[in-house]
Design a binder for this molecule. Structure first.
Ligand code: PMP
Length: 450
């Protein structure tokens, strides 16, 4: 239900925002953030009465949609009984959230260290790996995103790192597989997999295995383009980690909690890392929460020796109560299975059908509720629709695509020359089809630039 429009309130909200809010990743005077009046399920609306179907899930985190009544009620109940309590104590919401998460993570990832968000989960996972191994380096992929804090941005491969890259000692980058733009001159998934693994092993050997604490990878790299790894790749990385005594960290901040149609994307590939980072979908971002799921082997390192790290709000009861309610809702409502089924039966065929008709679509890739369309000027050469890291006039084709989608009631996720289709995991079939129809219209605009 969309409430009555109220443009005056909207204008006041916008004016205060412009005056005082400093926005992430932005040139402050070149942005114009819309003022949002409300949100429910897979939709939100502004004060002028415009309603949008959200194909972004916020920043890919509202996996159960906005304002789920059971989760809102759980937060209210927790606020009424114990809004907060320090991390050194056992409290019900925290221990129950840890139990529910540990029950779902793969293998023996049975201890949960709670953080405030994804980036600090990555900070702590890498610290644990360095302390566990006594080695200094971490290997990370060029096309990876791990967060905006000091270590996490330095582990990130995308250009947002450039401005704040301090060249932190101990970060070494490698290429992960991506057949559409293969660094390995591969023509098949199998070649891409074998050559990417050989490249990784060469990197390990030339860096010196005895200096490498961890390899960190997103199970399915999200921000850089939803590149589902070829079969065998993650198992191959696991084997290399075992061979050289390296800690394997899978970052599931974006891919975890139903996004890929499994509780964790690691389940798609039957691999178990030594550490797994999560955030976002753990409670659909209703209250900030992240964490590291820790294997028995690494937990043992800190059994008798203190772990030197912590946060004031680690395992905040409000956030944990939201996680307990979210996980229970996901289980009761079969949201993970829904994501797998709707993804395979509606989203994937719908996107492939669009790709057949629209020359601007170079590739469709993804799984579950986690899809990307790579937009190109030319399908043969695969030249991106806009240059890498384009802004202003150079980015006009993607801006026109985005404006067309919004005109048709769809809020699209746009990153460089790609649009990602990442709606709430419990979006209905009707909503999914509405979104695909709006994408169809917007792609016609993108086609004009091919
Ligand atoms: N890792 C991955 C894989 C992510 O996608 C993100 C956020 N997009 C982060 C880490 C950082 O999470 P946060 O923004 O919550 O710090």
């Amino acid at each position: 239900m969309t409430p009555q429009p109220n443009p005056q309130v909207g204008a006041a909200v916008k004016a205060a925002d412009r005056a005082h809010v400093f926005h992430s990743w932005s040139a402050q005077e070149l942005i114009d953030p819309p003022a949002i009046a409300g949100a429910e399920g897979a939709c939100f609306w502004d004060y002028d009465g415009n309603r949008y179907l959200d194909f972004t899930s916020g920043l890919v985190y509202t996996n159960i949609g906005y304002q789920h009544p059971k989760v809102v009620a759980a937060i209210q109940e927790q606020a009424a009984t114990m809004t907060t309590f320090a991390p050194a104590f056992a409290v019900e919401a925290r221990s129950e959230a840890a139990r529910l998460i540990a029950e779902r993570t793969p293998g023996d990832l049975d201890k949960i260290f709670f953080t405030n968000a994804g980036a600090d989960a990555v900070e702590h996972a890498t610290r644990m790996a360095r302390l566990h191994t006594g080695r200094p380096k971490v290997l990370a992929a060029y096309r990876g995103y791990h967060g905006g804090t000091h270590q996490a941005i330095n582990l990130t491969g995308d250009p947002r790192r450039w401005a704040s890259d301090t060249g932190t000692a101990g970060v070494v980058r490698f290429w992960a597989p991506f057949l559409y733009r293969s660094r390995f001159y591969a023509e098949t998934e199998q070649q891409e997999c074998e050559r990417a693994l050989q490249h990784l092993e060469d990197t390990i050997v030339f860096e010196g295995p005895q200096t490498i604490a961890a390899i960190i990878l997103e199970t399915v790299p999200g921000t850089a383009g939803i590149m589902v790894p070829p079969p065998g790749y993650l198992a191959g990385v696991r084997a290399l980690c075992d061979k050289y005594g390296i800690v394997f960290i899978l970052d599931e901040v974006m891919a975890g909690f139903g996004r890929t149609g499994e509780w964790f994307a690691a389940d798609l590939f039957d691999v178990t890392p030594d550490l797994l980072t999560f955030a976002k979908g753990v409670n659909s971002g209703y209250v900030p929460l992240g964490g590291v799921a820790i294997s028995g082997k690494i937990a043992e390192t800190f059994a008798k020796r203190p772990y030197p790290g912590g946060l004031t709000y680690s395992g905040h009861p409000l956030a944990c109560a939201a996680a307990v309610a979210t996980i229970n809702v996901m289980a009761e409502e079969g949201i993970v299975e829904h994501a797998a089924n709707l993804g395979a039966q509606v989203i994937e065929p719908g996107l492939r059908e669009l790709a057949e008709r629209h020359p601007s679509v170079g590739e469709v890739r993804g799984v579950g509720m986690f899809w990307a369309l790579e937009l190109v000027k030319n399908r043969e050469t695969r030249e991106p629709l806009v240059p890498y890291n384009a802004t202003g006039e150079a980015n006009a084709p993607m801006a026109a695509f985005g404006a067309a989608a919004k005109k048709h009631g769809l809020w699209p996720f746009i990153n460089m020359n790609r649009t990602h289709v990442v709606p709430a995991c419990n979006i209905t079939e009707t909503e999914a089809k509405e979104g695909l129809a709006a994408l169809d219209a917007a792609l016609s605009v993108a086609d004009e630039h091919t």
